[in-house]
Ligand binder design. Structure first.
Ligand code: F7E
Length: 317
């Protein structure tokens, strides 16, 4: 089985890659720029918006499966750069499907969308059948690409499965995201590198998963998902960002934290509570998460402790 991953050098790409290699798959990774010599997989430098290049790669590689992850994932960046966001996510998705159309290969595609598409809610769990109401460019672009995926599955009978994951984290995630940001700062406070922990809105509630459970869901969806269908991937629980911080405090040697709200980390137009109903994937595919949030946060804190001990600077995305 040969799998091709777009956006392979991102946080989720690295876990998905490991999951596929462990299952005995051959993995080819596409990325805009390749900085590593780690050649456990074949890396191909290819911009996902370059349809002609994509067609050449697909013609040569003939993958059985495509996991389409490419695109910006950090909401504040997408608010600053809507055109870049729409280009990579929407144009990138369209280019991939257009590159595939007309080729004599018909791989199964997993389009990785986002729960961000749901936007404002009523306080109850979001279902796949809920309307998409995007409130930022990231959500808007993912909603467009989600619809394009549905349309290509319907019109051209391409084998495309859509997934909408809720928030996920784990070791190696960029400190731009809330869990990784808090864990990194706690690890810095433990060694006395700083005394303050800066935060945004601690009151929002989100549905957090371990990245390892998320890539398991992707793997199973590729095997058992139905083309044209969409599946939420969620823990079904809303946890406040402030509870995450409490959890890290309990895991830490530092017993009280000096918390400062950084106005630059506050967001406009935020949905206060967001969590997902994932009964569809649980019933139809047999997936369920196996990592508890306590374990995930503990692994994340240990990761940052080790990272800081080794004197590394964050160079990832
Ligand atoms: C489903 C969706 O999930 C993710 O998007 P996100 O929810 O924007 O992720 P985040 O970790 O940046 O923020 C989570 C929440 O936490 C709040 N928050 C408070 N204090 C800080 C803080 O200090 N830093 C950050 N980053 N957020 C903070 C912040 O305001 C927000 O409400 C991506 O994977 C995305 O790709 C995706 O698909």
């Amino acid at each position: 089985m040969k799998a091709l991953i777009t956006g392979v050098t991102g946080f989720v790409g690295s876990y998905l890659c490991r999951r596929l290699l462990d299952a005995g798959c051959e993995v080819v990774g596409l990325a805009r720029s390749i900085k590593t010599d780690d050649n456990e997989i074949r890396l191909i430098s290819c911009d996902v918006t370059d349809e002609a290049h994509l067609r050449k790669v697909l013609k040569k590689e003939k993958p059985d499966q495509i996991y389409h992850l490419a695109g910006s994932a950090f909401v504040p960046f997408t608010i600053k750069e809507p055109r870049v966001t729409y280009n990579t996510i929407v144009n990138g998705t369209l280019s991939l499907y257009e590159a595939l159309r007309g080729l004599d290969v018909a791989p199964k595609v997993l389009f990785v969308g986002s729960a961000a598409v749901y936007g404002e809610g009523s306080g109850s769990a979001f279902k796949e059948s809920d309307l998409m109401k995007p409130v930022n460019p990231y959500a808007g672009a993912k909603a467009c690409a989600d619809l394009i995926s549905e349309q290509y599955a319907n019109t051209y009978e391409m084998n495309i499965i859509r997934v909408r994951p809720f928030n996920h984290t784990g070791p190696r995630q960029s400190p731009a995201f809330v869990c990784s940001s808090f864990a990194k700062q706690v690890a810095e406070i433990e060694i006395g590198a700083t005394s303050e922990l800066t935060v945004g809105n601690l009151n929002v509630k989100r549905d957090f998963l371990d990245v390892r459970d998320v890539v398991d869901a992707y793997f199973l969806l590729m095997e058992k998902g139905v083309s044209g269908e969409v599946y939420n991937v969620s823990s079904q629980q809303a946890v406040s960002v402030s509870d995450l911080l409490d959890l890290l405090t309990q895991l830490s040697k530092v017993k009280s934290l000096n918390i400062e709200v950084d106005p630059n980390k506050l967001r406009h137009n935020e949905t206060p509570v967001k969590f997902g109903d994932s009964s569809k994937i649980r019933k139809e595919i047999g997936w369920e998460p196996t990592h508890k949030i306590e374990q995930t946060m503990s692994d994340l804190l240990d990761y940052w402790r080790m990272f800081i001990r080794e004197g590394k600077g964050w160079k990832g995305q």
